[in-house]
Design a protein around this ligand. Structure first.
Ligand code: KG4
Ligand code: ZN
Length: 333
């Protein structure tokens, strides 16, 4: 089965073509970074307008690169949530139009399921069950995954998402948007043990996260540091902040593995591009006797191919096909 996947949930317009939920024939992403950069974050209204401009060329390029036409498709999968409503509507209504005109079935996909299943685009596959950590600009979730479509939420952020913390700290540090990449870059020159920022573990055994206290701690530190830099460099602050986020993500993911006695851990979402997180997680997973599966960065950040993967499994299980789909800004799995 050949599926086209479309995602316009946030600030990337993306489309990909995937065979049997496994093999990507194309994956095209149009980033809106330049548009949102001057504002230091995503402006929802601008995101919707950009999606309208870009959705047609992005989908056409995805089909061209895959060398398939509409009549070769067995399904069109589109993200219906969670995300920015105006942005989601662009993808959904474009997909509805294409589906109506071509007669190709339409299937609505949860963006988070896309992140969890993006690992299926890689050669090395995990067996079920596994623990999945999805860390992005909007979400920090731990799931126990028993099969396609069978996800149990083990923990989530109570306030900011991990990526949001990266973005906010980058903004107050003048490192710009998007923050994750900028902080990772500057952190390479700094010492992660220079400043001891807080780590929120919450109650004993909890798999929930909280990053807003850390963000405030960095902000307060920066205010004092600007007047009295001592011998602390901005790189040290970036590295120390990153170390704090990575410590919590690694510790909680390992705790989830233990609690569920799971043999494998799968990462997904934009923050999973972070090399420090990948390296530290690898070491701890191996110590734990578990295998770590990390999609390549292109499949960690938002992309259409992962939506095609999730859509394929939805279609296989006879799920929601139709033109009466609507978007949902909040959409728990
Ligand atoms: O999955 P994604 O592309 O979009 C959402 O669904 O949110 O994730 C974007 C988030 C942003 O917050 C960005 O700062 C973060 O992922 N990110 C990173 C890195 N690359 C992207 N965070 C830390 N280190 C990175 N290398
Ligand atoms: Zn995402």
């Amino acid at each position: 089965m050949i599926l086209l996947g479309i995602d316009t949930s946030c600030d990337d317009t993306s489309a990909g073509v995937v065979v049997d939920g496994r093999r990507a024939l194309s994956n095209v992403v149009h980033s809106q970074v330049k548009v949102h950069h001057p504002h230091g974050g995503v402006v929802p209204e601008l995101a919707s307008r950009e999606h309208i401009k870009n959705i047609m060329p992005v989908v056409e390029e995805a089909l061209n690169r895959a060398k398939v036409g509409l009549r070769d498709l067995d399904g069109i999968a589109v993200t219906i949530g969670p995300g920015l409503v105006g942005a989601l509507l662009v993808g959904l209504y474009y997909a509805k139009g294409v589906s109506y005109a071509s007669g190709v079935p339409l299937v609505g996909v949860n963006h988070l399921e896309g992140h969890i299943l993006s690992i299926f685009l890689e050669e090395q596959l995990p067996d079920f069950p596994f623990v999945a950590l999805t860390v992005s600009g909007g979400h920090t979730n731990l799931y126990y995954v028993e099969d396609f479509g069978q996800y149990t939420l083990l923990g989530q952020t109570l306030d900011d998402a991990a990526g949001e913390a990266f973005d906010k700290v980058a903004k107050i540090s003048g490192l710009g948007y998007p923050g994750g990449v900028a902080i990772e870059r500057v952190a390479r020159q700094g010492r992660g043990d220079r400043i001891r920022f807080p780590r929120a573990y919450l109650t004993k055994g909890s798999l929930d996260f909280s990053f807003s206290g850390l963000k405030t701690a960095v902000s307060l530190f920066m205010k004092k540091w600007e007047d009295h830099p001592d011998d602390v460099a901005l790189a040290d602050i970036g590295a120390s902040f990153q170390e704090s986020v990575v410590d919590v993500l690694v510790d909680k993911a390992i705790l989830a593995l233990r609690q569920k006695d799971a043999p494998a851990l799968v990462l997904g979402g934009g923050v999973a591009c972070n090399q420090r997180l990948r390296e530290r997680m690898k070491v701890r997973a191996v110590e734990e006797g578990a295998r770590l599966y990390t999609p390549r960065p292109e499949y960690c950040t938002d992309n259409g191919a992962m939506i095609a993967v999730a859509g394929y499994h939805r279609l296989q299980s006879g799920h929601c096909v139709g033109l009466d789909l609507d978007v949902r800004s909040r959409f728990p799995l």
